[in-house]
Design a protein around this ligand. Structure first.
Ligand code: FSO
Ligand code: SF4
Length: 545
């Protein structure tokens, strides 16, 4: 069975990528990812029998994150990860006493040393081996949601958070997919349980980020380039940015953020770095057009990486789990830190990147900041100045249908406030939509994981307005999704009881018609339609809380 990947929104024909992925992932890497996820499920299986183990939990988080869309495209690194996974799994199997009996294939399968035979085995663990469409769909929903939760957990673990409970939830989700007697009901139960884990994973990361870096506050960030040697960092890993800023201090090399690193500027901790010079570029999918115009070094620390063009391949680096064949990789030191000296020397050798004018972006509206403005917000709602909050968070992507989010932002009336997080914001964060009595009409909470902040804001407003149900707030959701962290965000919203989420630009290809029906009937999840139709539905239901 050859490549079958349907884990992201851009999957071919909204069905599945069956040869090279739209993202650039080739058949071998896709198959190796299936095998890595398979063995990782085996780790979870034995971890639950052997007792929890921070080292294996960390490995599970990293292995799942490694297979998320646009993280790693390097077959050699996949082989290394698979071998490492087998070692972790078999250590736990030994710790559990290697009991005899029937165990799932993932828990016992031997991995051939030879690459060709490894690939043959990888083909045999394709998701398509599950023939029942609904069972397969739910197993994929759980697996992809677990990948997203694992990514958020890994970011928190890097910062020293105690991820025990979150990792137990992720392990339980993985193990549920191994059950040979799994039913639609058992897997729906696992999906709902995973939703709670997704909330916990985002809360864990929120606590880890704010614990180390402080609470984001309103901040204006310039997109101008100021000249001199420079490095731009893309991704979601704030610790990586911290290390880069420490190592570039006093070197004359400036650092810019790209895409999902923009929110770093809003954390008090990062304000001490005077050489954190500003922000460059927009969402992940524009990098091949934008990076040729940044004449310094480029570093990707998590998704979303695309194949570099020859114009900048030589000056691009990856760190951590990220990889692209032929791109310089900065491996972790034994203590997990990273040595950026090569990249810094490279930036110096490249010299002056030149200057460019830019505009200002206003960010920093995470829960603490918005709740500090709560009185103002509540007064504005009570006075009728704010009639609606529309959460338009999540991911950006290449499909032209995503213009919906730009057009919706433009079409929303002046008494509607947009709450955003994630790279979805690049569809409208430069539109200058004004403010309502000093409250900006676009409140940017941060990265995609900061959707947690948006949920926290909604729950706090529910209390302020003394409502019993979050769905009674004048609040609508139109979420853009692309990769598996967005699946985690969706499951978290469902777990929080949010109903009527609009999802776009398409519903996930991995959801079978019956599973879609369950989501529609239980949670009123729906696809976006046209701006006109959705606008009428959103503003037509505007209420004064
Ligand atoms: Fe976007 Fe990429 Fe943050 Fe995703 S940069 S698409 S949901 O990785 O993680 O929002
Ligand atoms: Fe296709 Fe998305 Fe899978 Fe890439 S990650 S192969 S684009 S479904």
């Amino acid at each position: 069975m050859k490549m079958f990947c349907d884990q992201c929104q851009e999957t071919t024909r909204n069905e599945a990528c069956l040869s090279v992925g739209i993202c650039g992932k080739d058949e071998e890497v896709s198959d190796l990812q299936d095998l890595l996820v398979h063995v990782t499920k085996g780790i979870a299986y034995w971890a639950d029998k052997a007792g929890s183990d921070p080292e294996s939990d960390r490995f599970i988080a990293q292995a799942l994150f490694f297979t998320i869309t646009n993280v790693n495209f390097d077959a050699d690194r996949h082989v290394e990860m698979i071998k490492a996974a087998v070692k972790v799994r078999d250590r736990l199997r030994g710790k559990a006493g290697a009991p005899a009996g029937n165990h799932p294939d993932a828990a016992t399968v031997e991995i051939p040393a030879k690459y060709g035979r490894m690939l043959v085995l990888a083909e045999a663990v394709s998701p398509l081996t599950e023939k029942n469409e609904d069972i397969r769909s739910l197993k994929q929903l759980v697996t992809y949601g677990a990948k997203g939760a694992a990514a958020y957990a890994e970011h928190a673990l890097v910062l020293g958070a105690d991820g025990g409970a979150v990792m137990a939830g992720i392990r339980a989700a993985l193990v549920a997919t191994l059950d040979p007697n799994a039913t639609v009901d058992s897997l729906l139960g696992a999906t709902m349980a995973l939703g709670n884990t997704c909330v916990a994973a985002m809360a864990l990361l929120d606590g880890a980020n704010t614990g180390r870096y402080g609470n984001p506050a309103i901040t204006t960030v310039s997109t101008a380039l100021k000249g001199g040697p420079a490095i731009v960092m893309s991704g979601h890993d704030l610790k990586d940015l911290e290390e880069l800023l420490d190592q570039t201090a006093g070197t004359g090399v400036s650092v810019y953020t790209h895409s999902e690193m923009l929110p770093a500027h809003a954390y008090p901790f990062f304000k001490k770095y005077s050489h954190l010079a500003g922000h460059f570029g927009t969402a992940w999918h524009a990098q091949r057009q934008e990076f040729p115009n940044f004449h310094g070094v480029i570093i990707h620390n998590t998704n979303c990486i695309q194949e570099p063009t020859p114009a900048y391949q030589n000056r691009m680096y990856t760190t951590g789990l990220v990889g692209w064949p032929g791109v310089h990789h900065i491996a972790n030191n034994a203590d997990g830190s990273r040595d950026f000296s090569g990249a810094i020397d490279h930036a110096k050798a490249l010299g002056d990147i030149g200057t460019r004018t830019g505009h200002d972006l206003t960010i920093g509206f995470a829960h603490n900041q918005v709740l500090a403005l709560a009185d103002k917000v509540v007064d504005a709602v009570k006075a009728g100045a704010i009639k609606k909050f529309v959460v338009m968070a999540g991911c950006d992507g290449r499909h032209p249908e995503r213009n919906y989010f730009t057009d919706m932002a433009k079409a929303l009336p002046n008494d509607a406030v947009i709450l955003t997080a994630g790279c979805a914001k690049y569809r409208y964060n430069d539109l200058n939509l004004g403010d309502i009595g000093g409250i900006p009409r676009v409140l940017d909470a941060g990265q995609c994981n900061d959707c947690y902040s948006l949920a926290a804001i909604a729950l706090a407003l529910k209390d302020v307005f003394q409502l019993s149900d979050i769905n009674d707030l004048p609040l609508d959701f139109a979420i853009g999704w692309y990769e598996q962290k967005a699946v985690c965000v969706l499951l978290a919203l469902l777990a929080l009881g949010v109903k009527g989420v609009r999802l776009g630009p398409t519903l996930p290809a991995f959801l079978s018609p019956n599973v879609v029906n369950v989501l529609v009937n239980t949670f009123d999840v729906k696809g976006i339609t046209t701006v006109e139709q959705d606008l009428e539905a959103i503003m037509g239901t505007a209420a004064t809380a």
